[in-house]
Design a protein around this ligand. Structure first.
Ligand code: UT7
Length: 331
């Protein structure tokens, strides 16, 4: 502990780093053809406009907290951190069935983490990046020493399955990361966050109060994402003291493959390398909101497309509207 004025503060550390990753998807694969049997759509439209070939949808009685806990268990195992060492659990989600109680305390209990600080965070599709930013600052400030950050969504509970503009996009899943201290400057692995919001556009993605289903003004959000996300990503690179050419892997929120490609193109115009790998996890996972970034990272790692020590650029964006980006060193 260090003394500042009359109050003691926790001893700070130089920064934070990612120690492990884990994810979980429901077993059930839902193809575009299956959706085309329910609503007026087709495989070609979905592939060409959104980039999705199939997605995972949870069973009706599956719980979001179950998916979140399993992703958390896998991330802890990957990191080598014992559940008893975790002092903080953050669950980023916008699809809990009810507002009370929160997900984080239940998830911690299911994992067997004793009495951690546990809270939910709702910035929808930017939730994982927000959670990671908060976790890194808690660690750096000495408030926490081992933080489990989970993005988990059961969007299928909030779909109007007759609305072809949304039910073909969204899906279920959970992804998690363990964040711990970097004890010297050379091992800092989570860069400063570039974040913000555009509350004037709050109505573009929201739950319809009458139907209780997610409603999205797709074109307005598409325009916003393709113009506003790249500058946020570039700002995160600058805050980390890097240049676009330093980025090995780009993992944006998997909202729409056309948005992913448009932002990657903009980054390349600003100096990102042609061989920068770009996450395309949406193809088989759909848009899983706050889970999409850690899911994509975990899948890319399993495929050998994201390796330990590489520099990854993460950027989340979505309802709020809200956005957050940071550069990380892959665990
Ligand atoms: O994750 C949170 C952030 N969210 C996003 O970033 C999503 C951003 N938006 C999008 O990704 C796209 O706007 C959508 C995928 C939602 C929609 O794609 P779009 O290319 O913007 O389509 P659109 O809404 O402009 O619709 C074009 C046409 C319309 O028909 P008309 O009016 O031109 O006759 C739609 O009715 O496509 C029609 N349409 C469909 N047709 C076949 C809309 N959905 C479908 C569908 N199948 N599923």
């Amino acid at each position: 502990m260090s003394a500042t004025g009359r109050l003691q503060l926790a001893a700070t550390v130089p920064g934070a780093r990612l120690l492990g990753l884990g994810s979980l998807q429901p077993d059930r694969v839902v193809t575009n053809d299956e959706l085309a049997a329910r609503v007026d759509t087709n495989d070609e439209w979905i592939r060409s406009r959104v980039g999705i070939e199939s997605r995972r949808i949870a069973e009706k009685d599956a719980l979001l907290v179950e998916m979140a806990a399993e992703a958390g268990v896998r991330a802890l195992k990957d990191s080598g951190v014992d559940p008893a060492e975790v002092d903080t659990v953050i669950v980023a989600t916008c699809t809990m069935p009810d507002p009370i109680p929160n997900a984080a305390a239940q998830v911690a209990h299911r994992i067997g983490i004793p009495a951690p600080a546990a809270f939910d965070l709702n910035t929808a599709c930017s939730g994982f990046s927000y959670g990671l930013a908060v976790a890194a600052d808690l660690v750096r400030a000495g408030t926490s020493s081992s933080v489990l950050v989970i993005g988990a969504e059961k969007l299928s509970d909030w779909m109007d399955w007759t609305d072809r503009s949304t039910c073909i996009i969204f899906a279920d899943g959970a992804g998690a990361a363990v964040v711990g201290p970097a004890l010297d400057a050379a091992s800092v692995g989570v860069g400063p966050v570039a974040w913000g919001s555009a509350g004037d556009q709050y109505q573009t993605i929201r739950v319809n109060p009458e139907t209780r289903a997610l409603h999205q003004e797709g074109q307005a959000v598409f325009r916003w994402a393709t113009t506003k996300v790249a500058p946020v990503a570039l700002r995160a690179i600058e805050l980390a003291g890097l240049t676009p050419a330093d980025i090995d892997v780009f993992v944006p929120h998997q909202a729409n493959l056309r948005i992913v490609e448009a932002v990657a193109k903009r980054l390349r115009q600003k100096g990102a390398r042609e061989d920068m790998r770009v996450a395309d996890d949406i193809v088989h996972s759909g848009n899983t909101s706050s889970a999409s970034i850690p899911l994509a990272m975990d899948h890319m790692r399993a495929e050998g497309r994201l390796r330990s020590g590489e520099i990854a650029l993460l950027v989340g964006f979505g309802a709020g509207l809200s956005y957050a980006a940071q550069v990380v060193v892959c665990p």
